[in-house]
Design a protein around this ligand. Structure first.
Ligand SMILES: *[C@@H]1O[C@H](CO)[C@@H](O)[C@H](O)[C@H]1NC(C)=O
Ligand SMILES: *[C@@H]1O[C@H](CO)[C@@H](O)[C@H](O)[C@H]1NC(C)=O
Ligand SMILES: *[C@@H]1O[C@H](CO)[C@@H](O)[C@H](O)[C@H]1NC(C)=O
Ligand SMILES: *[C@@H]1O[C@H](CO)[C@@H](O)[C@H](O)[C@H]1NC(C)=O
Length: 225
């Protein structure tokens, strides 16, 4: 795939549907480009666990490149491409379907951040900051080490599909990762449970500017129709 085809595909995936799962909060209308290897993910698409485990996806933020209501054929991309905005971003990838049964029975379940569905909470899979969109294809590049390294999806065997949601925020001036690093998201696996997107939104002081999500099921689930 040529980079230009990739960009067309990403822009075409933008604005089709809501970029966050039904019943989740916050709801985000604008899509973030999300690519596993060469697969451009449409919000809500199923992705094989092996693919999502193999490597972290590439992310693209193309706020200028919105297809018109009749799609890209009638509204081709502006050429030459505009330059990315000179902004700093942070993003998180969060599982919204972590089942309570995956947590120690001593957990204070009543206090947990709600996930999608009964008896479900959240888990952080990736958190980067000091991220910039780089020319010419608006790919998001971190300029600092991740706050939490990418971890592939790990829905338990026998459980259904989990929703993995990427939220992109504009990073506020003076954002200090130390308060997050203090939690050591890479050291203790339980530190990633119960991640509050609402809490991050409050810290940032604004809603996400874009999002995208994909569904993953345990690769060993037997499929019965
Ligand atoms: C889960 O997160 C919420 C909000 O951040 C917090 O109030 C609550 O104490 C946490 N619960 C557990 C068991 O960590
Ligand atoms: C799961 O949900 C049921 C029904 O609401 C509830 O009775 C049960 O206590 C919940 N389990 C946990 C571990 O919270
Ligand atoms: C960006 O993140 C990767 C891990 O995803 C890390 O290996 C790399 O060092 C980071 N880049 C910078 C400039 O810190
Ligand atoms: C699926 O089963 C195989 C063979 O038992 C095992 O090696 C693999 O780790 C399992 N995958 C997951 C995600 O549990």
């Amino acid at each position: 795939m040529k980079p230009s085809q990739l960009l067309f595909g990403i822009a075409a995936a933008v604005g089709v549907n809501a970029a966050t799962p039904p019943g989740s909060s916050p709801q985000v209308p604008n899509s973030l480009g999300l690519v596993f290897d060469k697969n451009i993910v449409t919000p809500g698409e199923m992705v094989a666990q092996s693919v999502a485990d193999a490597a972290q996806p590439s992310l693209f933020y193309t706020p200028h490149l919105k297809p018109g209501p009749r799609g890209l054929k009638k509204h081709p991309l502006p050429l030459p491409l505009p330059k990315p905005l000179d902004k700093t971003y942070l993003f998180t990838l969060v599982d919204l379907n972590l089942p309570f049964f995956a947590l120690p029975p001593t957990t204070d379940f009543a206090s947990l951040v709600p996930g999608i569905g009964k008896n479900r909470t959240t888990r952080l899979h990736w958190f980067e900051y000091n991220v910039h969109a780089s020319a010419p294809f608006f790919s998001l590049q971190n300029q600092s080490l991740p706050i939490a390294e990418y971890q592939g999806p790990m829905p338990p065997k026998g459980d259904g599909f989990h929703n993995y949601v990427l939220y992109l925020f504009e990073q506020p001036e003076g954002f200090d990762p130390e308060e997050y690093l203090a939690q050591d998201y890479d050291g203790d696996s339980f530190a990633r449970m119960n991640f509050s997107v609402k809490g991050l939104e409050e810290r940032v002081g604004a809603a996400p500017v874009a999002a995208n999500y994909f569904l993953v099921e345990n690769e060993n689930n037997t499929r019965t129709a």
